[in-house]
Design a binder for this molecule. Structure first.
Ligand code: XMP
Length: 516
């Protein structure tokens, strides 16, 4: 397994993902972990990430004893600079910042680049397109190193001490802009470190099942099933491990999408044979939401009522000693980069994660090691339908934040039907998988329309479809006009009470993905 030390780059998680895509298990930890931790981890190789700092800031130093463990090390950007500085080279700061595409000449004798090229120059030297983003750079090599890539503005674009397996690259091989980046990571992990490519989902199922059995023993587990990807995959996995000793609680808060409750019961209860308690708490949620129009207040109520309902169900299962949750790896990474990222969370996100400690249950989080795409692969390996596993994310408060202002039952009903038509048509036109999130929003304003000879005075629905890789920024999807036209026609014809459909063409930022 590969240890990645995070010095705070925005893209460190991508390194971990690229390594796992090479079917090698990797973990990401903060740069300041102790040398004992690193030794106990028993890494096959170590990757040092990039970071926004300068090696002359004393706060951003890892323990250089890691160079004495006898394992290969790859330093990326800041990681390379820190490697150079720690091993006796020189780093210069304050030059022009380089940001974006760069062309480098790579030396074919290096194991890292051998036979990798995007094109060659007149002399037949291999050239590579890479993504650079840095201010400082290495200006003198440490002893034992040689230059393995260069370009005019960065004469030491990559360096290596092939004997010790130490490599440094000034560019970012983990981002897709570096066209051969994936090959370089594979090269380092598989050839240079000699890691075995055994990290595959079918392998992982057996391992994870074994671990759950060991952890839980003969006790019982309770899980809040939302129908979302994470809780669904967690449920399927735990069920595979302990069968009937898992009980899922599915709370219908009245804010779900069309037929969602039935679908969840069909897949889990009928198809997989999982014990699921289906609680219809619509009346309770609607009651508490009556008269409330502030989005944050709605979120709080929905979160609070969920806990209430869940607790009541848990109380009926005194044998349950474990609370299972679909926490995934990006939720638990406590790294230099994540620390700053978390500061930007603007909305009070309600998730099943908010269950109180008064439940007195031990936590079972079998997806803690997995990235989202791995969770999906695992879901498929466990036999969950592709449609469920590759579903767009759906916010915890559900339609509660998609009916703007006060949430009323009939508004939810209208929205559910409009939303289902939109999603149906997206799927039919092969656009669902090309968007990251798509949904309808109910606007509680009435506008005039004509229908036959009469005037109508009815509500408006907005359609929202976005494309994004991380949901922090997003662009609106350029859906074809004929698709939008068809959706609009169907909604207006089929959903009585709606006479106008608009399409949201706002990017994030400054708009958010949800309307509340
Ligand atoms: P925004 O609207 O902030 O949404 O651009 C970013 C992503 O977060 C989801 N979202 C939520 N998820 N509880 C959730 O579990 C919430 O209160 C919540 N608000 C927004 C949103 O659907 C999008 O995927």
């Amino acid at each position: 397994k590969i240890l990645i030390l995070d010095f705070g780059s925005q893209v460190t998680q991508l390194i971990a993902r690229r390594v796992r895509e090479a079917h090698v298990y990797s973990e990401l930890h903060s740069f300041d972990v102790s040398i004992d931790f690193i030794r106990d981890f028993k890494p096959t190789g170590i990757i040092l990430s990039g970071g926004p700092n300068s090696v002359y800031e004393s706060d951003y130093q890892a323990d250089a004893a890691l160079f004495e463990l006898g394992v290969p090390v790859l330093g990326i950007c800041y990681g390379m600079q820190w490697m150079a500085q720690s091993l006796g080279g020189k780093v210069d700061g304050g030059h022009v910042r380089e940001f974006g595409y760069a062309e480098i000449r790579a030396r074919n004798h290096s194991k890292l680049f051998r036979d990798l090229q995007d094109r060659s120059n007149e002399q037949g030297h291999g050239l590579l397109d890479v993504w650079m983003s840095h201010g400082d750079k290495v200006t003198a090599l440490p002893q034992g190193f040689s230059v393995i890539a260069e370009n005019p503005s960065c004469p030491i674009a990559a360096m290596a001490d092939e004997d010790r397996g130490f490599y440094g690259v000034q560019f970012h091989p983990e981002v897709t802009h570096t066209i051969k980046g994936r090959d370089m990571i594979n090269r380092f992990v598989l050839d240079i470190c000699g890691a075995k490519p055994s990290w595959t989902m079918p392998n992982y199922v057996d391992q994870a099942v074994e671990k759950i059995r060991e952890q839980v023993g003969d006790e019982e587990v309770i899980l809040g099933l939302s129908g979302g990807v994470d809780s669904s995959v967690a449920a399927a996995l735990i069920h595979r491990a302990i069968g009937d000793r898992l009980t899922c609680v599915f709370v219908d808060n009245g804010l779900l999408r069309l037929n969602e409750g039935e679908q969840v019961m069909n897949i889990f209860n009928k198809h997989l044979g999982v014990k699921v308690i289906h609680v219809d708490a619509t009346a309770q949620f609607m009651g508490h939401l009556a008269g409330v129009s502030d989005p944050e207040a709605k979120r709080k109520i929905i979160g609070r009522e969920f806990v209430e309902v869940f607790q009541a169900e848990a109380a009926k299962l005194p044998k349950a000693k474990w609370l299972a949750q679909g926490t995934i790896y990006p939720d638990v990474i406590e790294s230099a980069g994540a620390k700053t990222k978390k500061a930007h969370t603007i909305k009070s996100h309600h998730n099943v994660g908010g269950l109180p400690e008064t439940l007195n249950l031990k936590l079972l989080e079998p997806l803690r090691e997995l990235f989202k795409d791995e969770v999906r692969e695992l879901g498929v390996a466990l036999g969950l339908p592709h449609e469920m596993v590759y579903r767009h994310p759906f916010p915890g408060p559900g339609l509660g934040v998609r009916v703007l202002g006060e949430v009323k039952q009939n508004f939810c009903d209208l929205l559910r039907r409009a939303d289902a038509i939109f999603i149906d048509e997206l799927r039919a036109a092969d656009w669902y998988d090309k968007t990251s999130q798509a949904f309808a929003v109910f606007l509680p304003v009435k506008s005039v329309g004509v229908m036959g000879d009469g005037r109508t005075y009815e509500y408006v629905v907005a359609l929202r479809a976005v494309q994004t890789s991380d949901f922090m920024t997003a662009k609106w999807a350029e859906l074809p006009y004929d698709l939008l036209g068809k959706v609009s026609n169907r909604i207006i014809n089929e959903v009585r009470g709606i006479n106008r459909v608009v399409y949201d063409v706002s990017g994030k930022p400054p708009a958010t993905i949800e309307w509340e």
